[in-house]
Design a protein around this ligand. Structure first.
Ligand code: PLP
Length: 358
């Protein structure tokens, strides 16, 4: 069975197998990792190793803090402006799909949102040209979503936004390839695609931004407090933290982010070539240079075939291909845990289906 779910998504099989082996007796403790105190020596040693592995994988500079937050990316749509913007400040939002639009809407109670660019008028089928962005040099930050999970568009280069800190929602493409962390002020990602289980949010934040006073708020919302307490201001998501660590270990064992980028390029090319070469049977309308490597929405030339496609693909062991309700059609998510063989199986099925129903 191959799982193409957009999220929560497949985890690498070796990660799940190891978690299964260790479920009842973790690290010689005689108990599950879920049953350990986060203040205990064993857990703290593990947490430090997980952070060290991530720093190595992503090449995170020392002047960035790594936080293991809770609440989902949606919570941080609101919490980021609370922390980075003072009363009266504005922030620039680049709206390129469902998630960056939602980030802008959720930020609005806490910061003056300036939509500096939007591709909504083009149904998010392309990116707004960089030279059309109306950036404000006095903005508290510029926010982008590097990959739009629903609309299937992705930034393949880091946009230059001058000296204003760039804040990036990388929920659906983090760890899919190397990232120049120093180009960003803050990177955040819900874990449930390329990291681990939902309920954990990974955050990488330049330390000078933690010194911003932000709004008046309770400590639990303040990132600087979380950094000071090594993400253990309160009880963290210990299970998610542990699984994230297993995923980081798996990435290191499999050649790191350079190797992932190459695998992800191969997978995406194979699927897009099948769609584009189908003579119109399948269609992905996204502007080619900004197509997502992680989430590939596509439609069938006749939506009356959708139900048969879904039923037959599932019977062939290809799971979770139904598109998001906003767009209809299909969506194949090709996160790190999806191997090249899964995409080969998918395109073989797609060829066969179009032959039989064309
Ligand atoms: N941002 C992006 C790019 C997403 O794909 C998602 C969906 O999971 C979210 C934010 C929202 O994440 P959460 O459900 O963890 O709040």
């Amino acid at each position: 069975l191959w799982n193409f779910s957009a999220g929560p998504a497949a985890l690498p099989l070796p990660v799940l197998e190891r978690a299964q082996r260790e479920l009842l007796d973790w690290n010689g403790s005689g108990a599950s990792v879920m049953e350990q105190s986060h203040r205990g020596k064993r857990f703290i040693a593990m947490a430090e190793q997980v952070e060290a592995d991530l720093r190595e994988l992503m090449g995170i500079p020392a002047d960035y803090a790594v936080l293991f937050e809770q609440g989902g990316a949606t919570q941080h749509f609101a919490q980021i402006p609370m922390n980075l913007a003072a009363e009266g400040d504005s922030a620039d939002y680049i709206v390129t799909g469902h998630w960056s639009e939602k980030a802008a809407n959720e930020a609005a109670p806490y910061v003056r949102v300036n939509v500096a660019a939007s591709s909504k008028a083009y149904d998010y089928l392309r990116m707004p040209a960089r030279d059309s962005w109306q950036l404000d040099p006095t903005a508290a930050y510029v926010h982008i979503a590097t990959n739009e999970t629903i609309h299937g568009v992705e930034f393949h280069d880091v946009p230059d936004v001058g000296d204003v800190p760039l804040v990036a929602d990388m929920s659906s493409d983090i760890l899919s390839g190397p990232v120049e962390v120093s180009r960003y002020g803050l990177i955040y990602a819900g874990a449930q695609k390329n990291i681990g289980p939902s309920g954990l949010v990974l955050m990488i934040v330049r330390r000078d931004l933690l010194a911003r006073p932000g709004r008046k708020m309770a400590k639990i919302f303040r990132y600087a407090e979380h950094a000071t307490h090594d993400s253990m201001l309160n009880t963290p998501n210990t299970w998610g933290w542990y699984l994230a660590g297993l995923t980081f270990q798996w990435l290191k064992d499999n050649g790191g982010l350079g190797a992932m980028a190459e695998r992800n390029r191969q997978k995406a090319e194979l699927l897009y070539a099948t769609i584009d070469g189908s003579g119109g049977f399948y269609r992905n309308p996204i502007d080619v240079p900004v197509r997502s490597r992680m989430n590939v929405p596509f439609t069938l030339h006749d939506s009356a075939l959708d139900a048969a496609f879904l039923q037959e693909s599932e019977a062939a062991g290809l799971l979770a291909l139904k598109g998001h309700k906003a767009l209809g059609g299909m969506r194949a998510s090709l996160y790190n845990a999806v191997p090249v063989e899964a995409v080969q199986a998918l395109v073989a099925f797609m060829h066969d289906f179009s032959r039989r129903h064309g």
